[in-house]
Design a protein around this ligand. Sequence first.
Ligand code: BTN
Length: 261
Amino acid sequence: MTARIDPQAIKEKLTTETLGRSVVFREETASTNADAKALGRQGAPHGTLVLCARQTAGRGRRGRSWLSDEGALCMTLLLRPPFPPELAPRYIVACALGVCRALRACGASARIKWPNDILANGRKLCGILLEADASGFVAAGIGVNVNQRDFPADIAGTAGSLLTATGRAHDPNDVIARILAECEPLFAACGDEAGYAALLESYQALSLTIGRRVRIFAPGEEYDAKAVGLDPLGMLIVQRDGGETRVVGAGDVTIRGAIGN
Ligand code: BTN
C-alpha cells in the first residue's frame, strides 16, 4: 500500500529552515492555492505549506482545471518576497527548477517545459501555478502526479506520474520534503543578482524548450519561432521566423517535434 500525505511524517523529514515550518493540512479542500491566499491575507508567515489529501476544484494555468485524483500531490507554498514585487516572477523560474531537481532526485529524467511544466519521457508530471496577491505575497501551487497508474482519456496521451516515469511507487511525504529542500535556496537566490543569474543558467540547462522550434499561441496571434533564451524575469525570448526577436510572457508554447529527454 502506498503512503498517504502525513504532516507529522513531513515535519520529521524536513531539512529546511523556512519552507514548511508551518503546515496547514486538510483532508479535502477546493484548492490549496485558494486556501493559501486566504491564509496569506490573515498574515500567515513566509514558507507556510498548505496541503490536502483531496482537492475538489484544483486550478490550473489560464483558467483551466487541474485533476487531483488519488495519487496526486497538491500543495501550495506561501511566499513573502523580501524584494520588490515586480521581481516576483523570479519565483516561477525558481519553483520550476526546484521541483524539477526534486523529481530528478526521485529518479525521473525530469526537464522543464517553459514556463513551469515538468515533463519526463514527454509526459507531464507536474504543473505549477503561481498567483500573486495585491498585498505582495505569492501563492506557489504545485501539483505533482506521484502514484497514478492511469489517467482519464483526455490526458492519457500527455500525462505521466513519478510512478510511470520510474517504475515504482513513491512516498508523497518524501517528495514534499525534497521539493522544499530544493526550492528553499533557490527562492533565497531570487533576491540576489549573482545567485539569480546562476539560477537562470541552471534552469536553461534543464529546459526542454530553449533551442527548440516552437509555436507560440499568444493573446490575439499565433506564430512559429525558435526559442533562444530567457530574459531576466524568466520570460521566453524567441526568434520569430523571418528574424524578429520577441519576448513571450503569456500564452501557450507548443514544442515542435517529439519531446524526448
Ligand atoms: C498547470 O496548469 O499546469 C498548473 C497546475 C497547478 C495545480 C496545483 S495543485 C495545487 C495547487 N492548487 C491549485 O488549485 N492549483 C495548484
